[in-house]
Write a new protein. Structure first.
Length: 201
């Protein structure tokens, strides 16, 4: 199986830091790149804000934005309403929350969300909401990062299995908890969580 075949379910684009990294990625079997297409050498498929790209980041059908807050999220929703088919998103302080919202917004409209990210963050982004982003643009500076990327293709397809809780241990005081089970709950179902000693619910 080639590197791209192992990743094609999520359309991973390599953003090479140099022509040497681009050439190494081609040798290793990667075929999708976020870069200016080389003159006279069209090995691979290129996404880029360039008229020569196979998939042009044109600001209309393919929109690239940085998300720093709620205003940026609203701007991306407006782009979807205007007909954008692919959102290429880079986050700053937030990592997961914008992608949770954008996966829902995009999939409801038949669009896709791609993450601008690093190799270290890709496994997390491929499993957001148990679905993951539709694709990613990964900035690569070292050959070792390409080696790691070859193993990420199947991460988002890990199946969930039943598990048995065999013990519960006291681990100290905790004031906050996040319970994300909305996909398992039916109409009228919910949760009541709290500390009955102080009636904090």
């Amino acid at each position: 199986m080639s590197a791209q075949e192992s990743l094609n379910s999520r359309e991973i684009y390599i953003e090479p830091s140099s022509s040497e990294i681009l050439e190494e990625a081609l040798k290793m079997g990667f075929s999708r790149f976020y870069a200016e297409p080389p003159e006279g050498d069209r090995r691979g498929f290129y996404m880029y804000p360039s008229p020569r790209a196979d998939l042009r980041v044109d600001g209309r059908s393919v929109v690239e934005r940085s998300v720093k807050g709620a205003a940026d999220m609203e701007e991306l929703k407006r782009a979807l309403d205007a007909g954008a088919r692919v959102l290429l998103v880079r986050t700053t302080d937030w990592t997961v929350i914008p992608y949770e919202n954008l996966i829902v917004d995009c999939h409801l409209r038949g669009a896709r969300v791609f993450a601008r990210t690093r190799a270290d963050d890709l496994p997390l982004l491929l499993t957001v909401m148990e679905k993951g982003v539709d694709g990613a643009v990964v900035h690569v500076t070292e050959k070792e990062e390409l080696e790691r990327l070859r193993g990420f293709g199947d991460i988002a397809d890990i199946a969930l299995t039943l598990a048995e809780v065999i013990s519960v241990e006291q681990c100290g005081v905790g004031d906050r908890v996040c319970v994300d089970t909305t996909s398992m709950l039916g109409p009228g179902e919910g949760m009541l969580v709290g500390d009955t000693s102080s009636f904090l619910f």
